[in-house]
Design a binder for this molecule. Structure first.
Ligand code: PLP
Length: 421
């Protein structure tokens, strides 16, 4: 069989399971009516009737832009007013006392690429939790790095610092660079947020390891869902903890406009470095700008203008926040409905704090998802469980789903017992 792709570009030809289930859910909606299907596969905010939510304050701003403001090339590093607006919207009142530089990227994904490429060596192992957003693997694998994991939760469903420490030290032992991805607040897929107390432990450990000046510690904080964390202030306080870190501890924050500005397809984000060394900040800037030029050149100028215009105008920013907050409330109601009902029916879920998803630990997740489709419930199977997108399902359906899921879990479990007899 003829093959032309370079060896490093040949990957398994697997169907994307999320797109597959999502396609089946959409066909079911067409055949039997939307009201009879629970499509919890989608990673975007949908209204109660299953339509994509798009913020009016964002899209009216876009439609008022001059054509040239959308059409022209942008600066490689991002427009200056955009980069300032990003810092404002990310840190709010919690800017760490450090050198901070931002570089524009195509979405949060682009920021992850900038950081992993420029701050790890070929063959390095990157650390993240065992429940994680799967593109972390694609992005790192593509450039010859691997992903190692720690257990996110202990047996009491608390943040498993013991496991984090063990894996962090294991990597520190074998590598110069310890690059850790922490997706918080409102983690995908569990909805967990690292508490301030847990942050203290993570930073404490980083400082301990940093005593060896040959080690380079990079904490990549993926804040893709920060705008849907319930408390804007409480969810940002941890940023101040990044003040005055040792020079060999670098924090890179991955910002995305996808969720907070409902701008998924616009592909706009930024990588922001936080460091106590002026040189490390400058180096970050030039390393990332070089990567921008080499990969995608410049980013979406119109999307940058939306953010700058909204954030730099207090009236517009207020209106944007008011509009977004109505959806944040909607999301909270849905998640509460799911969590409360799960507790009522005895469905075991992972600790949810905020965000788009709730996760249910289980074995044989693919079979359970398949079983659920018989009840017209569509969810995403993960390695260690199921992901339910409260962002995409109305409150009523969020309330019905837990008992259906519990039944499917019990059914698959009983089938497995019979098979293994
Ligand atoms: N990080 C996580 C955990 C995500 O779930 C996503 C999007 O789904 C992203 C980052 C990046 O999204 P984007 O590249 O659209 O900004």
């Amino acid at each position: 069989m003829q093959s032309m792709a370079a060896k490093h570009s040949i990957w398994p030809r697997e169907k994307d399971i999320i797109f597959d289930l999502s396609g089946r859910a959409q066909r079911a909606e067409k055949n039997i009516g939307r009201e009879n299907v629970i499509n919890a596969t989608i990673g975007a905010l949908m209204d109660d009737y299953g339509r994509l939510i798009t913020l009016d304050t964002v899209y009216s701003e876009y439609k008022n832009l001059e054509n040239a403001e959308i059409s022209a090339y942008a600066a490689l590093e991002g427009q200056p007013d955009y980069l300032e607006a990003v810092k404002k919207v990310v840190f709010k009142g919690y800017m760490p006392n450090s050198y901070i530089r931002a570089v524009a990227s195509p979405g949060g994904s682009g920021a992850i690429k900038l950081a992993t490429w420029n701050y790890t060596n070929p063959g390095d192992e990157v650390l993240t939790s065992d429940w994680f957003w799967s593109p972390y693997v694609s992005i790192t694998e593509e450039i010859g790095r691997t992903v190692g994991t720690y257990e996110l939760f202990d047996e009491n469903n608390n943040f498993n610092f013991k496991s984090f420490k063990k894996e962090f030290l294991r990597i520190a032992d074998k590598q110069e660079r310890i690059f850790t991805i922490l997706n918080t607040p409102a983690h995908n897929p569990t909805g967990y947020s690292i508490s301030d107390n847990e942050w203290d432990k993570i930073i404490g450990l980083s400082k301990e390891v940093s005593v060896n000046k040959e080690k380079k510690i990079i904490l990549f904080v993926d804040i893709a869902y920060i705008d849907f964390a319930s408390d804007d202030n409480a969810s940002r306080m941890f940023f101040e903890k990044f003040s005055n870190l040792p020079e060999n501890v670098l924090v890179i924050v991955g910002f995305s406009m996808s969720k907070g500005f409902t701008a998924y397809g616009m592909r706009m984000g930024a990588a922001i470095c936080i460091t106590s060394s002026e040189n490390v900040a400058e180096e970050f800037y030039y390393a990332c700008v070089h990567s921008c030029r080499a990969n995608w050149s410049n980013c979406n100028r119109g999307a940058m203008a939306i953010l700058s215009n909204i954030v730099n105008n207090s009236e517009k920013f207020k209106k944007y926040n008011e509009e977004k907050n109505t959806y944040k409330e909607m999301l909270k109601r849905r998640a509460n409905a799911f969590v409360e009902e799960a507790e009522k029916v005895g469905l075991d879920i992972l600790p949810y704090r905020d965000g788009f998803f709730v996760s249910i630990p289980c074995e044989n997740s693919r079979e359970v998802c398949e079983e659920l489709t018989k009840d017209n419930v569509y969810m995403v199977p993960l390695k260690a469980g199921l992901r339910f997108a409260v962002c995409a399902v109305n409150e009523n359906k969020c309330k019905i789903a837990p008992s259906i899921i519990k039944n499917a879990l019990e059914y698959v479990k009983s089938q497995k017992l019979v098979e293994n007899r």
